[in-house]
Design a protein around this ligand. Structure first.
Ligand code: HEC
Length: 114
């Protein structure tokens, strides 16, 4: 049984390594300079926008980078649709997404009132 598990782990490891190599590694410092346009909606205390209509904006600070990148790619590709997020995601490169995801991953869960 232990042998089987070792074998399974040995088979999984290269797959995990390959998956990590495929995604560009985000730089939170660079990300911090790219999130100004996100903060207007995602940084509001209470997490809602007032314009163009009142709606709840999901909290993304503290989210796992892979989750943020996947969501942005879905908006960009159109498999998730939301007009503002689609327009924003369309303007981001893979490297931008990785940097932004890295930034939000280490950002505090509470927003500072700025
Ligand atoms: C105009 C307001 C607005 C701006 C600006 C904006 N967002 Fe969003 N964002 C939203 C709204 C509203 C949603 C929820 C949309 C939906 O229901 O799919 C959302 C959803 C998301 C999600 C998915 C969250 C989840 O839990 O499903 C991510 C990730 C995200 N935004 C990242 C960003 C990033 C990164 C930026 C800046 C590059 C940004 N957003 C800029 C309004 C905005």
């Amino acid at each position: 049984m232990i042998r089987l598990m070792t074998l399974a782990a040995a088979m999984l490891l290269p797959a995990i390594a390959a998956a990590q190599a495929a995604a560009p590694v985000g730089d939170p410092q660079k990300g911090a300079q790219k999130v100004q346009m996100c903060q207007g909606c995602h940084g509001i205390v209470g997490w809602r926008t007032a314009y163009p209509e009142v709606y709840k904006v999901p909290k993304i600070a503290g989210q796992h980078p892979a989750y943020i990148i996947a969501a942005l790619k879905e908006y960009k590709s159109g498999s998730r649709s939301h007009p503002s997020m689609k327009a924003i995601a369309a303007s981001l490169s893979d490297a931008d997404m990785a940097d932004i995801a890295a930034y939000y991953n280490q950002a505090p869960l509470q927003t500072a009132e700025k």
